[in-house]
Every structure is written in structure tokens, then in C-alpha cells.
Design a protein around this ligand. Sequence first.
Ligand SMILES: [Ca+2]
Ligand SMILES: [Ca+2]
Ligand SMILES: [Ca+2]
Length: 427
Amino acid sequence: MMQAEGDKNLDYKLRKCSLYVTIGILAVLIALLAGIIRGGGDMHGLSGELVKNSTLLQAKLNKVSMALEKQSKQVEQLKIDTSTALEKQSDQIGKLTLQLKNAIDRIFNVTENTEVKVDDLLECCSSDNSTNLQILKTTKDLAKTLKNMTGNIKNISNSTNKVVDDISAIATELQRRSSSLEVKSCEDIKRLLPSSTTGYYDLGYQTIYCNMDELCGSEGGWTRVAYLDMSNATHNCPTGFRLYTIGGKRYCGRPESDGSSCTSAKFFTNGISYSQICGRVEGYAKASPDAFFHYLTDRNNIDASYVDGVSITHGSPRQHVWTFIATAQTEIVAGGVYNCPCSPGNTQKVPSFVGKNYYCEGGSADPLWDGKDCLPIETDCCSSPYLPWFYRKFDTATTDYIELRVCCDEAIHDEDVPVSLYEIYIK
Ligand SMILES: [Ca+2]
Ligand SMILES: [Ca+2]
Ligand SMILES: [Ca+2]
């Protein structure tokens, strides 16, 4: 019985234990199931997010793809436009270059005529007589078009840098060529047509006179900007100058003045850039001009009557070019106070802005500053190999106008230095 009772207890314990184990397993299973269910819910949310993102990304990719396609088409179109424009302009330039070449050939054949007309000569293949201007305009227009295209292409994409660089280079080259074809000065004509001769050239918009021979020790290509020859009956004094007739010869001097005064003529260069000036002036010592007489109060003021004579300057403020000094004296008087500053024993002080850039002659027996009949006391004033020409060369080029003034520091009844001739060239 005891054995039976014991077995019964053991069986009960085993069943109780088994129940606990079962409950435990169930609890674990429930926990796992809960975990799985919860986990399954998260995965479902993640999947939805991925689908959403993927759709957005796809849309973005489509958009980018479309934009790229559009840009690519624009670039292609620009390439076609550029190529067409270049081809067209290239044909035109080729044609115009041929015209220019023919024109140059013709100019070579007409050298004995000093009054060569560029427009007549350049007129060869068309009835339009300003071929050179056509070339200029065409190349300038093309350069401008290409510059604009460059801007457009730059706006489209960085990937077109190569195209941009190529077009920029072409535009720059065309600009260089168009400026080299520009004919504004005698120097331009000489450069394009080296055998051109001295004479008048009609540029279409104006006629210019060129000295194509050596002048002032410098080879031809000189553009004349000022010319007066009062021995020519058709020439008249510039505005603001008074006409004198002395011994049958005509001169231009100061208007009525009871004291110090200058009268001025300005000569514009029409945009011609120059760094050299070559010129000459012939004057007359009327009554008693006194060179740089030491009582001259404005001797250091370039804007005033710093001399009895002619002042040549360029630009504003005035930059000194050359001074033509006049004196009535033919002998050393009172220690030379009235004589040329280059006369022996002279005490006159030359303004520092004039330096050695002057000519001086005295007396009224012969024209002043013509390089002829200098008095023995003026030998040092007349030693320049360029006489009657004066010559200046500057370090920097300018397009300044050139100004010629006749100045005296005393009244007209006392003195004047009228001019009979002047001629000024630039290069
Ligand atoms: Ca005087
Ligand atoms: Ca004087
Ligand atoms: Ca002389």
C-alpha cells in the first residue's frame, strides 16, 4: 500500500511538473508569436516607405533624364547654329579677303598717281565702294554673334566647356583680324599696302593726306592732322586768328589784344592713336617779340603766354610738344635778355616743361624756324638735322588732339608772331 501511495504522489508530481513545462512552453510560444507579429508589422511599414521612396526617386530620375535630354538637344542645336554661322561667315570672309587682295593688287598698279583713292581701288568685285568697311563690319558682327553664343552655351551646361573654348578662341581671332583690317590712319594703309605713295586717300567717311616717305627720320605712314599754307590763295586763317598781309605775304596772328594773349587752333585726330609727332611752322617776328624775356610773368605756366612765339601741345591738361620762339633781335642786346635762349651769353631761363624741345630764330628779314638763314648768334638753335621739322616720340600712344597757339605777353601794337605755314603729322 505504501508503494502504491508513493507511486501516486510521484505521478501527481510528474503531471504537475509537466503542466508547468507545458505552460512555460506556451508562454514562450506566445511571447515568440507576439514578437513575430510585432516584427511583421514593422517590416510591412518599411516596405511601404521603400516603395514610396523608390517612386519619388524614379520621378526625379525621369525629370533629370528629361532635362539632360533637353539640354543635350539645345547644345546640339547651338553646335549646328554655330557651325552654320561659321560656315556662312567663313565664305563671306573668304570672298571679301579675295576682294581685298584684288584691291591691293590694283593699288600696286596705280602707284604713279599720288592722289590715290582707296575707295576707288578697293572697289573691285562689287558696286559697293567700301569693301574694307564691309569686311570690318562682317567680322565684327560675327565676333559679336559668337560672343553671344558663348554666353548662351555657358548657361546650359559646364560639359560644353570645350565648345565654349573653341568658339571663344574663334571670336577672339576674328576680333583681332577685324581690328587689323581697320583703316583709320596712313599707318594702317602703309601696313596693308606697303608700296602706297604720298598723297590723298579717301576712306569713304573722310579723306586723309598721307606722307608715305621718310619724315623726321622715321619711315612713311604719317597722317597729316594740321595744314595751313597761306601762300595758297584757297587757304584761310583758322577761326580766332587775325589775317595780316605783310609785304604781299599773308599771315595769321593774334586778334586785337592790349596785353598778354594766345590764340588757338585745335586739330583732332579722329581716334588715330599716335606716339610720334613730326611738324613744322613758319612764322614772322612782327614788331618786337622777345623770346623768353626775363620779365615774362607766366613763363612757367603752359596754359598762359609763356613765350613770344608758337606753342604746340597735345591734350588737356596740355602736354608740351614743341615751342617756336621768336625774337626781333639780330644781335646780342643787353646781355641777351631779348635773344634766343641758345644765343651766346643768354640769360633767359627756358621753362622746364619746354626743355630742349624748341626752335628759335630772330629778325624779320626771313621766315622764322624754316631752317634757313639762321643768324650766326643762333647757330646752336639751328643745329637739328630735322629742321625745318620738329620731331617728338613718346613712350605711350595717345589719341589726344593737338593744339597750336600763337602767344605773346604784350599788346598787339608791341608784338605778334603770326604764322604763314604749319603742317603737323602723327604716327
Ligand atoms: Ca616786345
Ligand atoms: Ca614780349
Ligand atoms: Ca629763317
